[in-house]
Design a protein around this ligand. Structure first.
Ligand code: FAD
Length: 492
């Protein structure tokens, strides 16, 4: 191993091969569920160095078949499924893309921008805006997560309804393959039917098929106005009806539709008394709507108010407010973004990031709520999420007064089975936007179709026969253990 480390130092410089000191920023996952052990943290500065690091590791593996050296690509380490930290073996290299953070080019005429994988998402948004454009991918971790990580996980966030996941917002990639070759696929083309779509293999692969080193992203013209409304709705059915109305009235201007359950909002009111949560006390749900208008603020306001008038008349909205200023809009979004933190204050709960077709959402929630209530009387449900995408964070909290940690330890398997079986029965997915990592590998093996799993294994075997890239993630691999510690709740 020492020879390998010396070779890596020769490639990236000894200052960028870390083996000593506190490496927990790279070896511990964001929720602090696991703490792995890295052979080293390697921080290449450019694509050529990434390629040489991978080639060196591949040839070490070929010369030392007994060795289990492998590579874990890492961006901001904000992933929520333990995908970007090493296992317990001490034989995995964390390959951090952080130093590769250049914006290579902004092409205004083509509405694209090419950035390196280690660019922070918020920096990309700001650089796009400074050039007069909009890169709309947006999520609460945007100040820390990287473009490589958002593509590795095919991240979603709050604007998927209009612009799609990270996948839909990407036109081209540069990738270092498990053999250490560079695939130069940084195309800004919107049309290119020349065979298999390689880009879409790497996006969402969670670093198991190769290392994304740069990406060409789609840009959009900046909207003239972005208005936010908060609407109280009497039921989930009413929220789904409101979504349909909003899509009809606002069409492509509807860029956000976030659902928040009454219990979730009551936790915000309880734990963050300084935030004034409007209209939740007598309504089962509230909805945040965002209207991004390309004409003017007046037009945006007319459209939004027109929609709410119709919704009030039809009874799917009982009351509503439209933010009068940017500060008011930010305050409303802050309530939405405080739900995860309010959950933390309330105590550990069992989290699910699921999706079902919007048309099945009401039946899914009704059936699953009923099964859980029967299995665990008094159980409380913290429901919130991106209803416009059929994506719900369906989190299960212990009955009032129960020990939250004991509830998690005792009930998690039963609760997961009820929720995931119900998701499948309603045509959904057990992971909507966070991915599989190592945390959900067992669930994927259980719930994904055997044909799909076989095809995924065939792709992995063909592209990475040495199993060098992030083994034990996405696809089960019993030779990798991710020592789980007592979870610390960070609320997502
Ligand atoms: C507060 C908070 C809010 C969040 N909100 C959302 C949300 O609304 N929607 C959502 O979808 N997700 C959300 N997430 C999780 C989301 O997955 C991450 O924020 C983000 O996509 C990961 O980016 P990262 O740079 O931190 O990647 P990391 O955590 O470092 O890595 C994530 C995965 O991608 C792989 N990877 C990283 N870089 C590369 C690369 N260059 N090439 C290949 N593979 C790579 C890693 O190996 C790992 O498997 C949230 C997380 C937090 C902490």
């Amino acid at each position: 191993m020492q020879t390998l480390l010396r070779e890596l130092e020769a490639i990236v410089g000894s200052a960028h091969v870390l083996t000593q000191g506190d490496l927990s920023a790279w070896t511990q996952d964001w929720r602090k569920r696991t703490h792995g052990k890295a052979l080293a943290v390697v921080r290449p500065g450019n694509t050529d160095e990434v390629a040489r690091v991978v080639k060196t590791c591949a040839s070490y593996r070929a010369q030392h078949p007994e060795s289990a050296v492998s590579i874990v690509p890492q961006g901001g380490n904000t992933g929520l499924v333990v995908g970007s930290t090493p296992d317990d073996s001490g034989q995995q290299l964390v390959l951090s893309l952080h130093r590769m953070n250049a914006v290579r080019v902004v092409d205004g005429a083509n509405l694209t921008m090419t950035v390196e994988a280690g660019c922070i998402l918020q920096t990309v948004q700001e650089r796009a805006q400074a050039a007069g454009f909009w890169y709309p991918l947006s999520l609460a971790a945007e100040g820390t997560c990287t473009i490589g990580g958002t593509l590795g996980t095919n991240a979603g966030g709050t604007q998927v309804l209009r612009f799609g996941n990270a996948r839909e917002q990407c036109l081209g990639l540069e990738v270092v393959t498990p053999q250490g070759d560079v695939w130069q696929g940084l195309s800004g083309l919107r049309k290119d039917n020349t065979g298999y779509d390689l880009k879409n293999l790497y996006i969402g692969a969670e670093g198991t098929l190769g290392i994304i080193t740069a990406a060409t992203l789609k840009l959009y013209p900046l909207p003239k106005a972005q208005l936010t409304a908060w609407a109280a709705v009497p039921s989930l059915e009413a929220a789904v009806t409101l979504l349909g109305l909003a899509q009809q009235h606002l069409s492509a201007s509807l860029t956000g539709f976030e659902l928040m359950g009454q219990f979730a909002l009551s936790l915000v009111a309880k734990h963050f008394a300084s935030l004034r949560v409007p209209l939740y006390a007598h309504n089962a749900f509230c909805v945040l709507l965002e209207n991004a208008d390309s004409e003017s603020e007046t037009h945006a306001r007319q459209q939004l108010e027109g929609l709410l008038e119709v919704a009030l008349e039809q009874g799917c909205v009982t009351d509503a407010v439209v933010a009068e200023s940017l500060a008011q809009a930010q305050a409303l979004w802050q309530i939405r973004e405080s739900i995860p933190l309010a959950q933390v204050q309330e105590g550990l709960n069992i989290k699910h990031d699921i999706s079902v077709p919007v048309s099945a959402m009401v039946a899914f929630v009704k059936d699953t709520d009923a099964q859980l209530a029967q299995a665990i009387p008094g159980v409380r449900l913290v429901n919130f999420g991106h209803l416009g995408d059929g994506n719900l964070h369906y989190n299960v909290q212990a009955p009032e007064g129960h020990d939250a940690a004991a509830f998690l330890r005792k009930q998690e398997p039963q609760v997961n089975t009820i929720v995931f079986d119900s998701v499948m029965a309603h045509g959904g997915s057990i992971s909507a936007e966070h991915g599989i990592g190592s945390l959900k590998v067992g669930h994927l093996a259980h719930y994904k179709s055997p044909v799909a799993l076989q095809t995924m294994r065939a792709i992995k075997q063909a592209l990475d026969p040495l199993n060098l890239m992030n083994p034990g993630r996405v696809l089960a691999d019993s030779s990798h253990a991710f020592g789980e510690t007592e979870p610390v709740d960070k609320g997502l």
